[in-house]
Write a protein that binds this ligand. Structure first.
Ligand SMILES: [Zn+2]
Length: 245
């Protein structure tokens, strides 16, 4: 069956002198792996070799499950050529890519997440500061968690449902509870970690993230990275380039 979709390349490896195996995140089809025969030839139907973040309209022969699809056409669009303008922008984009690769199942469509991913990549190219880049990354990570059904509880205690209040003196975060935990409940969650009041305030009031200072943003990002790592059951490879920036 020939399928048409809009897609972005999230991984590609050489298969032979002239061909590549490409993993796409496609708007309607979800994550798919396809062989792009002849993609490295000077004249191909894919407008040149395919790279990570190549983006546009694809046509492919869908395969039976677990087998590679065959890419027949790729009309690449411009608009994501500014991702390598600085290390943090590029590393944040690679990090977002790693999360999609690891947390989205093959053939499981997530059109909203696809739109959020492309928008994140477009916005991060023009971020005016490191803080803005990290803010955009945090928003993308939270939208990813929401879209895959793992949205954390951030404005009330994930255990007793007590509404978060800025006056809370001790605030904790527990990956197993998937959210913030109040001081009355912290004993029930051995994996909890105390978080700063500023980080708790940002998590409970996400619109304030862009106004937070660098230290608070790093704390929030660290909390989210640890949560993502618990879902992935390993630390994402790109995490150290974000936290050690
Ligand atoms: Zn509680």
């Amino acid at each position: 069956m020939l399928t048409k979709d809009t897609a972005i390349c999230i991984r590609c490896v050489d298969y032979s002198e002239t061909s590549q195996i490409v993993t796409f995140f496609a708007r309607q089809s979800g994550k798919i792996s396809a062989i792009a025969k002849g993609s490295k030839r000077a004249k191909s139907s894919f407008e040149g070799a395919i790279e990570i973040f190549s983006f546009g309209d694809i046509m492919f022969h869908a395969s039976q499950e677990d087998k590679l699809s065959t890419l027949t056409e790729f009309q690449q669009k411009s608009g994501l050529s500014g991702l390598s303008r600085n290390y943090l922008c590029y590393n944040s984009s690679l990090f977002a890519c790693e999360l999609v690769t690891n947390l989205v199942d093959e053939h499981d469509p997530h059109p909203q997440l696809f739109d959020d991913f492309v928008q994140f990549l477009k916005d991060v190219q023009t971020a005016a500061s490191q803080n803005e880049t990290i803010s955009l990354l945090i928003y993308f990570q939270l939208s990813l968690l929401r879209e895959i059904g793992l949205q954390p509880v951030l404005n009330e205690c994930a255990n007793c449902k007590n509404k978060y209040d800025q006056k809370w003196f001790d605030v904790y975060f527990s990956n197993s509870a998937n959210g913030i935990i109040c001081k009355d409940c912290d004993m029930s969650f051995p994996d909890k970690a105390k978080i700063t009041r500023q980080a708790a305030y940002c998590l409970a009031n996400l619109k304030n993230i862009p106004k937070a200072n660098e230290q608070t943003l790093n704390q929030v990002e660290r909390i989210i990275i640890n949560l993502l790592a618990s879902h992935m059951q390993k630390m994402p490879k790109m995490a150290k380039y974000i936290l050690g920036k």
